[in-house]
Structures are given as C-alpha cells and as structure tokens.
Design a protein. Sequence first.
Length: 287
Amino acid sequence: MFKLSVITDEVSQDVNRVLTFSKDFGLEGLELRSIEETPVEKISLTQARRLKSLFDGEGFAICSIASPVFKCRWDSATEIQTHLEYLKHLVELAHIWETPLIRVFTFWRESVTGGVQAAVEKFLPAVPIADAAGVFLGVENEDSTFVGSGAELTEFLGLVQHLRVKAIWDPQNAFYRTRGTETAVEGYRAVKPWLAHVHVKDAQLDPQTGEPVAAELGKGAIDWTAQLKALKSDSYTGFLSLETHWREVPLDEKILNQPGGAAFSDKGEMASRICMKNLKQMLKELT
C-alpha cells in the first residue's frame, strides 16, 4: 500500500538519530530539507554523496528533496534568480540521490499581484530546468505562499500544464489556508490528477484566537482517516511523508514558514515518534 517516510529535520539534524528513528519505524524513505545544520539547497556534492552512502547502507531511499525554491518574493527578480540557481544545484543533488522529485512553492502570497496567471508566468522558468534534467517539480500548497488550498493548487497546475510539474498535497496547509472549509478529501480530489507525494501533519483552531495551530497527528481537526481511506481507494502507492510540525511547546510561526536547523529540530524527535506511532496505528486500522 503506502510507503512511509519522514522529513529528516522533523527528527534531528543528526543523521545517526534520523537513521535510528527510521529503522525503529520501518520506514522506506527519507525526505531532506535540512540536515547536519545545512539547508538542502546548500548541501555540497561531496556531502550529498556521503549522505547517499549512509542512507543506501541502511536501505533508505531519498524520496523527495524538500527544497525552499520559490519561497521568495514574486516581485523580486533578484530573489527569483537566486532560487533558480538553487534549483540548478538541487537537480545535481537529485541525480546523486536518485530521487525524481524536488518540492517547490509559488512565491510569498503577499508579494504576488495580478492573480494566478501572473504567479504562473514567473514560475515557468523553472520548468525547462527540470525537464532537461529529467526530474519532477512537486508544487506544494502552502498557506504563506500564493497557492494554499487544493482548489488553488488545481488552478495553478491547470495553467502550467506540464508533465514535469506535479502536486505535493498537504491537507494541513490547506486547513491553514481555508480554516477547514475545504476538507482534506475535497482538496485531495481536486489535486489527484497531478498527485506525486503527500505530506502528513495535523492542525486545529486555537480556541482562544480562532487561528490554526499545529496539532498532534490524529488529535487535530483534519480527518486523516477519511484522507487515508480515499488514498487507499484510489490505489495510491506513493509516499506518505511525516512533516510533524507539532511540538509540545509550539514553534514560532516564522520558524514554521521557513523550517530548518537546530531551532526547528529541537524536541522534534519526541513529537515525531508520537505522530509516527499514531500514523501507523491509523494505517493498521485502515486494513
């Protein structure tokens, strides 16, 4: 059925702790965002080869590169060019790691003017880079960026219309964007034609502020049981990648929007163990 992975910095910056966690839960893959205090876009080719050897030795595939590409301002040509250079380097890492998927975004929401077509036009220069390299760009819906919900991701991908551009579906991010008015299954159904990868985390509305906050997986407002049933019914065979985000002491919103490094990973392992255990129980009950 599903293959399980974890975004490594949700556990630790220490590769050995990540490997121990992954063996404990019988994972098949790992998704890299930051490791050894290095953001993925700044990992050297030498470091990438060493990590590949370590992961291969334990039998773990690198299922996706969780890059920050286009978490930048739409109205800054300089920032966009920097992120295109990141992408060129990440393509090299993808070849070393033998992973077909690089996660990308759709610019900081508040910086975009002119609507979805305007966002697409500035996104399009990334497509020939991926096409020439034979990799896929996985556009993730993310509340802080222009595309936050399943409906928005569908509209965006419908305009891009390229075989190398896929969807990374994140129900929690859609919950943040819509405050739950778009259910996980509704968003999933919208993006299904492009689906390449799924991120797993939970959220709820803060009873005091009414704002969304991260929650322990299975204890929040997202109907993960229904989402998993829908994926199973549709014979999804890709990865479910745990992106915990929840901590017993909540993380600052700025860190959640640009995760990585020790400040983000602190206390992540305990929270990720709880959430991975919950996920495996939900999958057990599903069968």
